[in-house]
Design a protein around this ligand. Structure first.
Ligand SMILES: [Zn+2]
Length: 380
């Protein structure tokens, strides 16, 4: 399909980019992209993809707009409260760009329908906050050989990674078991409203790049974003030969429902310590036998700037490999800057068979606020 006169005008600023140009814009017009989850991430992603001229845009969501969504889900306005997200989103996106087709999938993705829904698209954006869906979508993309741009948000932080078949790791390579990734999706913690705007825009950027063939996608690179420090950190992620879905001896050969991991027994085994509770534990510990091991899972440069007395540094990325260094007799208490990485550390420890790991809720930021104002946690 070639571009009409009004499209040439609408996409002028794209056409003015030699790297993208008319050929790139035509690729966008012929592209079929589906956004799973019309929420905080899906809103900016879908708006930018519609504006960019993605010819066929699918939206998967089964929820209705709630007042508390409006703090971050910029697809919707106050008048939309109570209506189906997919319907409102479709109207909004077509009002923005009537040249495109928007397909509303008002359903919950499950093992029995995920292949059917995703099969018709060239590229998938995952903006769901449900962990079970995230794994389902990842596995379906691997099985169908579709590129997938994932993102997740939690409080003030988020991350994004792109899977391209045959080129790099999938989401399951990054978090092999559902438990490891449960943190971001299941916490009832709040979220900074503008945070998904940044991550959703990154997802849309990746989609435009992949469709038009320009630039370098974040394949094998987990990009993390900390809004409080305004810092991006990139972690290399390798493909795992033993990945259950993209590895050499696959055990997942069809989509499977994993159920809600949020209320799994695993999560309930994590001991969540407030800063005050940790201080009291450490105080009583100082006078008795040492049954605790403080494990700081921040990056070495953060640890070096300032850390709790007696704490040991094992960065989160190294934890799985170095779990053997933990003494069986001592209960590990994981800590980090905000409490996000430490909760992931607990999930890794649980998966390795460590019973009842603990973490400092709210991280060293909470420690600074509630116990020791002089601690001044280093930027993450
Ligand atoms: Zn994999």
């Amino acid at each position: 399909m070639t571009l009409t006169a009004s499209e040439l005008s609408r996409y002028h600023r794209h056409l003015a980019l030699p790297e993208l140009g008319r050929a790139g814009q035509e690729r966008l017009k012929n592209a079929r992209v589906v956004v799973v989850g019309a929420g905080g991430l899906g809103s900016p992603a879908a708006l930018y993809l519609a504006a960019a001229g993605v010819g066929t845009l699918g939206l998967v969501d089964c929820d209705r707009v709630e007042l508390s969504n409006l703090q971050r889900q910029v697809l919707f306005d106050t008048a939309a409260v109570g209506r189906l997200k997919t319907e409102v989103a479709r109207e909004r996106l077509l009002a923005l760009n009537p040249e495109i087709t928007v397909i509303a999938h008002t359903l919950t993705l499950r093992a029995e329908n995920v292949l059917e829904v995703l099969r018709d698209y060239d590229l998938v954006l995952d903006g769901t906050d449900r962990l079970a869906t995230r794994y389902l979508v990842n596995d379906a993309c691997v099985l169908l050989g579709k590129p997938l741009v994932s993102a997740a948000i939690h409080r003030f932080e988020g991350h994004a990674m792109t899977y391209v078949p045959g080129r790099g790791p999938c989401y399951r390579c990054l978090f092999p078991a559902a438990e490891e990734g449960l943190v971001a999706s299941c916490s009832e913690a709040g979220v900074l409203g503008v945070l998904p705007g940044v991550l959703g825009a990154i997802q849309a950027t990746e989609a435009v790049k992949i469709v038009t063939g320009i630039g370098e996608p974040i394949v094998g690179r987990l990009v993390t974003y900390d809004a409080l420090e305004l810092r991006f950190v990139e972690l290399p992620v390798a493909r795992r030969a033993d990945c259950a879905v993209c590895g050499e001896h696959r055990t997942i050969t069809a989509p499977q429902d994993t159920g809600e991991v949020c209320d799994s027994a695993a999560l309930s085994r994590v001991r969540r310590l407030t800063a005050i509770a940790l201080r009291d534990l450490l105080t009583s510990e100082a006078s008795g036998s040492s049954g605790l091991a403080l494990i700081d899972v921040r990056e070495p440069h953060e640890f070096d700037t300032r850390h709790l007395q007696g704490a040991r540094n094992i960065p989160l990325a190294d934890l799985e490999r170095r779990l053997g260094e933990l003494e069986a007799a001592r209960m590990p208490i994981f800590l980090c800057r905000s409490g996000r990485r430490s909760l992931t550390a607990c999930a890794i420890a649980l998966r390795a068979g460590i019973e009842a790991p603990a973490h400092l809720e709210g991280g060293l930021l909470a420690w600074t606020a509630e116990v020791d104002p002089a601690f001044e946690v280093a930027p993450g």
